[in-house]
Design a protein around this ligand. Sequence first.
Ligand code: ADP
Ligand code: ADP
Length: 219
Amino acid sequence: SAAIEVRNLTKRYGRTTAVDGLSFEVRPGRVTGFLGPNGAGKSTTMRAIVGLDRPTSGEVLVAGSRYDQLDQPLRHVGALLDVSVHRGRTVRAHLTGLARSNRIPAARVTEVLEIVGLTAVADKRAKGLSLGMAQRLGVAAALLGDPQVLLLDEPVNGLDPEGILWIRALMKRLAAEGRTVFVSSHLMSEMALTADHLIVIGQGRLLADSSVTEFVSRN
Ligand code: ADP
Ligand code: ADP
């Protein structure tokens, strides 16, 4: 069954229709790529999935519920969205705060710092981090609740080569563990390397929902 269900989602910002009657499902145990040019509506859709944007119409279910109806949401869904939210506090304090407000044991912070390779900079201020390190902090926040569903919005953007290889391997490992990985990109080349399945959108509408091999052979 589907881990994410987007049903007839529409989101308008004033006169701009960012997402226009979009429907698709994302299944567990594989990496599903969310492909589309800049401005296609990928971030808006991801924000709607984690309840950061209220849809104009339509519905989004994740882990079987609306995000705002999940008990302890970070234990079900983790998201790497806009890294600019991770500011002022130290890396560790940021994660400890998130853990506390989601009733996640503090020991998990040490674990995720290790997983993402930020142990050495745990006591540095988040805003002083390089983009690559900030991305890792975003991934740490997403992994904090050990969720079954992971959303990653353009995770390789601005990363150094080592960081890119690291995040690709991490996504594959998470999917191999049976989790749901939903990752956006505007680059077909990136999706071809990491995704098993593709949801392709343009101007807020669904253009394709197929395996990567099928999509490549048809286009
Ligand atoms: P993508 O992630 O695929 O680049 P977005 O979801 O960010 O696309 O944007 C889709 C469209 O919605 C774009 O035209 C964008 O300018 C617009 N948009 C996104 N967020 C807002 C916002 N907060 N206010 C106004 N327009 C927005
Ligand atoms: P605040 O500090 O204002 O409470 P937070 O950043 O802690 O804001 O969280 C706001 C909402 O977004 C909460 O419902 C939280 O569970 C959710 N949230 C925060 N970070 C993530 C993440 N990485 N993945 C999924 N949901 C998140």
